[in-house]
Ligand binder design. Structure first.
Ligand code: GRG
Length: 295
């Protein structure tokens, strides 16, 4: 059993997660550019978007996933921060007037409202660039592993990944879609980043090859669950983001209704747990983490 897993048993899982979260937030703070003066609006916007109090689901998952596979936690922490930078960049862009036109994100005004649209675009581009810079400079990685990590990240973001999912969501979301079409978009928009997280954990480890495919199946199920949970926030008055942004959009919530979406979400989580049990030969920690997130 690894040091992190032992600590989890000793001090309680919640405390363990809080420690991991503090480690992520501390390292993000170090890795993000500091605003050199009050005119350095891009650095200020980067920090505003990326350090805002989100759930840090993706970096925490990467740390738990890598630890469960016996991987070294030091490179995993920097990779986790790179993933959170990509996620933060995607939220800044998604919130812009030409996309979702959102006002509230993580309980705060969206980055373009605080800093202007020009600065928001520059901050998102700089965050992406920083994410690749972080992966390029992680200490002690074998060259092939580093190249694979860069490739995974690039493919995840690009025109066949997040960008494609967003394009489909923006354009096709205005028209009637089948359940399968919506699910395919959700997988690209949300699932592929979880695919990258699990692949990165695998690449850092010496896990046997078949585990890689099982982790990808887990990521697909989790991506669907996270997107459905996110869709439900659109009708949740206690959400930390705007409600009603999906009005008139073809989502699974609009097509199937809340009850069916909740059942569907539970189904994805149950299948995700089966994959975890297979990959980790009886997972405890990631499953517990997900149950805490999805209540
Ligand atoms: C170039 C990175 C990049 C992206 C371009 C804008 C875009 C394409 C993609 C946006 C994709 C998007 C916003 C998907 C929704 C993902 C989602 C479910 C977000 C909410 O995640 P949480 O609940 O949020 O983990 P917090 O705030 O807790 O981190």
């Amino acid at each position: 059993m690894t040091a992190y897993a032992t600590a989890a048993i000793d001090s309680g899982f919640t405390e363990h997660l809080m420690q991991l979260r503090a480690a992520v937030d501390g390292r993000l703070d170090e890795l993000l550019p500091a605003a050199s003066n009050e005119r350095d609006l891009v650095a200020a916007a980067i920090r505003d978007g990326a350090l805002a109090p989100g759930k840090r689901m993706r970096p925490l998952l990467l740390l738990l996933a890598a630890d469960g596979l016996g991987a070294d936690q030091r490179p995993a922490l920097d990779l986790a921060c790179a993933i959170e930078m990509v996620h933060a960049a995607s939220l800044i862009l998604d919130d812009m007037p030409c996309m979702d036109n959102a006002q509230l994100r993580r309980g705060k005004p969206t980055v373009h409202l605080t800093f202007g649209e020009d600065i928001a675009i520059l901050a998102a581009v700089a965050l992406l660039s920083r994410a690749f810079g972080v992966v390029a400079s992680i200490d002690g990685l074998r060259p092939l592993v580093r190249t694979q990590l860069v490739e995974v990240l690039a493919n995840t973001i690009g025109s066949q990944g997040l960008v494609k999912g967003q394009l489909q969501d923006l354009r096709d979301g205005k028209h009637a879609r089948t359940e399968e079409e919506i699910a395919a978009t959700n997988n690209l928009k949300t699932g592929v980043l979880f695919g990258a997280i699990m692949d990165m954990a695998y690449l850092l480890s010496d896990a046997p090859k078949p585990v890689r495919g099982v982790l990808q199946r887990f990521a697909v199920e989790l991506g669907h669950a996270v997107q459905l949970f996110d869709d439900l926030q659109d009708i949740n008055p206690n959400s930390d983001k705007d409600q009603g942004k999906d009005d008139g959009k073809s989502t699974l919530l609009a097509l199937c209704g809340e009850q069916k979406v909740r059942e569907r979400l539970d189904g994805h989580l149950a299948r995700a747990q089966i994959c975890l049990d297979e990959a980790y030969r009886g997972d405890v920690y990631i499953g517990r983490f997900l149950r805490m997130l999805f209540g």
